[in-house]
Design a protein around this ligand. Structure first.
Ligand code: BGC
Length: 743
């Protein structure tokens, strides 16, 4: 009896401990400062903290509307502000003035809780004048060098923090598998491993080891989940993604970011399988917070609670929308203009529709970020941080990253000589709307949201034409540089024939204008008609035509590509992009980038490289994932394995000798793919499992090693479980392949 009693007592104790553990898992980490502060707060103060407004609500065209501002900050106790005046970026000094004013007002509130200012600095400090802008993620991924993502993020953090801002809405962790989507350039491409690896490095670069340090900022992974693959290709439209694909492709980068310690997350404005993500409790609470253990704050995207009733039609009014979103797991609403959210949430709590427990959880998560960022110690811009703004070395990093991203897709041989690199004595005609445009080099989020204001770019930033003029002399360059990508006049097109007469080759600069979000929606992936006409006119001159593409997504070039002898994909290469392009074209840099996506040949064939193997005969892109040429030649030795069998707890060392057999030094990007030869669901054609980049002098060889383990062979099976199945696998590196068994 005594024994039974003792046993029951023990069982009860275990159950109690488990219950407490589960309960704790559901809520935020208990931090004494946070708990103490929350216990002093009124409901209104708590809801104020959960409200984020946009700067332009009270600051328009440089004019500050004091009364309105006082109301928001002092009366309503708004916890967070975002963005910039829509027309112009601010200088560091202007930012300091503004943030100081904001925090001064916050000091006038009862509890003096500082305001958390957030910004989109997604490839450099977007909204600060003279900040360095780097290549967009899509180009960065081509470098296969995640260290660059780290370096860029470190610099961006320094420039953002020097501006007095401590929260950055980046990195974008959507996997870019829908090339029509206008935010494709913000992604690291179509492969889940690339997105995870680059995304993690960006987070580490932003955050450093201590958010209080005046060189670091809090990162914000976004947009959770499934934003990057809208069915229609249009921004913010519904996505339909089977759960098996969500788990295989779209969740892993976010899970890894949570493990890396990213403290904030922004939600996808769209819906998955009919459910707007902002009300998806299964994703926001059960998966993200309870299963993955995310302890940070969840912020909505722009007006997204309002859209629940205005566009998604899943709520009858704002109040119902607020209730659904907060109960699903949202902590902060980017309202960003009106106070309906604030008023409705207060009412909902008073009516018992949203529990005080939920509110306390949300506020604690928000305050935790503020404490971690040192805002309670000093909410003001840190004067000493200004020394970290605009260092000359940042430009070097911008150039290095742009160069490593450059992807040479075609280089035909004419008279026994590859057409690229060009001789510096050449006379060239530079033609096309990309020739003299800074916006096309930068894309979205470049000093303005749309990145389309030429006059805002720094004096020192060069267009492709200017960079080439610097390289080979103005006298050797003629140009036809239409202003618009969509409207090239017939006379401009006709002038190609005449202007090409005395040149050795034509550098054709085509691609896309700068755009962000819905303004970049398109119905067709083809390059614009006028650009195709211009390309045809250039080809008709019979001069060698080299195509330079500056674009945020792959625009189809199939109609004329046969007549082009060289193709350089430059993506959105940023402030030093034109120099990087000129360096590659004229042989001062040996290109090494590899496509991070499949460049389609036809609008109706948008398969990714890792589509199920049954698609193997129909995967016919213009250029495949991983393509990219060099000016030198590389050879791969046979792949050597440490064993013919990999066991569950073991690892497999994969060794391959790589040699530069050409005459020029260069970097080699090595993609290691694995093929699962037989699996319980149709396996992908192949899957990128490791990648690396090595520098090889002409004539040099190096041994490169990769370690594979069970997880590198895993996939999500039909029962939605991640498994590694026994059987035969094949490793593919360059033109070499080798098989092994997993047991
Ligand atoms: C975008 C977000 C961005 C937010 C704030 C939204 O329109 O979708 O990525 O962080 O605006 O500027």
């Amino acid at each position: 009896m005594k024994y039974i009693l003792k046993k029951s007592y023990q069982l009860l104790l275990v159950a109690f401990v488990l219950l407490v553990a589960c309960k704790q898992k559901e809520t935020q980490p208990k931090n004494t400062e946070v708990t103490a502060l929350v216990s002093k707060m009124t409901l209104e103060e708590k809801v104020g903290q959960m409200t984020q407004i946009t700067l332009s609500t009270f600051y328009k065209k440089g004019v500050f509307q004091e009364e309105k501002f006082k109301k928001y900050i002092i009366s309503n106790g708004i916890g967070s502000i975002l963005n910039v005046n829509e027309s112009e970026p601010l200088s560091v000094e202007e930012w300091h003035e503004l943030i100081t004013k904001i925090q001064d007002y916050a000091k006038e509130t009862r509890l003096q809780i500082p305001v958390l200012y957030g910004i989109d600095a997604i490839h450099g400090a977007t909204y600060t004048k003279e900040a360095t802008l780097f290549p967009h993620n899509i180009g960065l991924a081509a470098s296969r060098n995640p260290k660059l993502a780290f370096e860029i993020a470190e610099i961006t953090a320094k420039e953002v923090r020097a501006s007095g801002i401590r929260w950055n809405f980046d990195p974008v962790l959507g996997v870019g598998r829908q090339p029509l989507w206008p935010r494709f350039e913000e992604t690291f491409g179509e492969d889940v491993l690339l997105v995870s690896e680059f995304g993690t490095q960006a987070i580490k670069g932003y955050e450093g080891t201590d958010l209080k340090n005046n060189k670091n900022v809090a990162s914000c992974m976004k947009h959770f989940l499934g934003y990057s693959v809208p069915q229609s290709g249009k921004d913010r439209t519904p996505a339909y993604i089977p759960e098996i694909v969500l788990r295989e492709i779209f969740m892993p980068p976010f899970k890894k970011a949570v493990e890396t310690g990213c403290p904030t997350i922004m939600i996808n404005s769209g819906s998955i399988n009919g459910v707007p993500v902002h009300i998806n409790k299964t994703l926001l609470t059960d998966l993200l917070k309870n299963e993955w253990g995310f302890k940070g704050l969840v912020v909505t995207d722009w007006e997204d609670i309002m859209y629940l009733y205005k566009e998604h039609n899943v709520a009858k009014d704002n109040k119902e929308a607020v209730k659904m979103a907060i109960n699903a797991g949202i902590e902060m609403s980017m309202v960003p203009g009106k106070l309906d959210f604030y008023n409705d949430l207060i009412e909902l709590v008073n009516e018992g529709e949203v529990s005080m427990e939920r509110i306390d959880d949300a506020v604690s998560r928000i305050l935790k970020v503020k404490f971690d960022l040192g805002l309670f110690d000093n909410p003001y811009p840190e004067k000493e941080a200004v020394a970290n703004f605009g260092l000359a070395s940042y430009k070097e990093t911008a150039l290095k990253t742009a160069e490593q991203s450059m992807t040479l897709l075609k280089n035909e041989t004419i008279n026994n000589k590859p057409v690229l690199p060009l001789n510096k004595n050449s006379k060239v005609l530079i033609a096309g709307p990309g020739a003299n445009s800074l916006a096309t080099l930068h894309g979205s989020w470049s000093y303005t949201w749309q990145g389309d204001r030429e006059h805002l770019y720094a004096e020192s930033t060069l267009t492709i034409k200017e960079a080439i003029q610097n390289k080979i002399g103005k006298e050797n360059v003629t140009s036809i540089a239409p202003n618009k990508f969509q409207e090239i006049t017939t006379s401009e097109i006709k002038s190609v024939t005449q202007k090409a007469k005395n040149v050795d080759c034509i550098i054709l600069c085509l691609g896309e204008i700068s755009y962000a979000e819905t303004r970049g929606n398109i119905d067709d992936l083809e390059l614009s008609k006028d650009q195709i006409e211009l390309a045809k006119a250039a080809i008709a001159t019979n001069k060698p035509v080299i195509l330079v593409l500056t674009e945020g997504r792959p625009r189809i070039v199939n109609e004329f590509i046969e007549g082009i002898v060289g193709v350089l994909m430059a993506y959105r290469p940023g402030s030093e992009g034109a120099n990087a392009i000129a360096n590659v074209l004229f042989g001062d840099y040996n290109p090494s980038g590899k496509l991070p996506f499949s460049y389609p040949k036809y609008s109706g064939n948008l398969l990714t490289y890792d589509a199920p193997i049954r698609n193997i005969k129909t995967y016919k892109p213009q250029w495949a994932f991983g393509e990219g040429l060099s000016y030198t030649s590389f050879e791969f030795g046979e792949i050597e394995l440490s064993s013919k069998t990999l066991n569950e707890n073991g690892s497999l060392t994969v060794k391959v000798k790589v040699s530069n057999t050409g005459k020029m030094d260069g970097d080699l990007v090595i993609d290691l793919f694995v093929k699962d030869l037989v699996a319980s669901i149709i396996p992908p054609m192949k899957k990128l499992r490791k990648f690396d980049r090595v520098h090889l002098k002409a004539g040099e060889s190096k041994a490169v090693e990769f370690i594979l383990n069970k997880d590198d062979l895993s996939f999500v099976n039909a029962y939605l479980k991640r498994v590694t199945e026994n059987g035969e696998f094949e490793i593919l590196i360059g033109n070499k392949a080798v098989k092994f068994n997993y047991n």
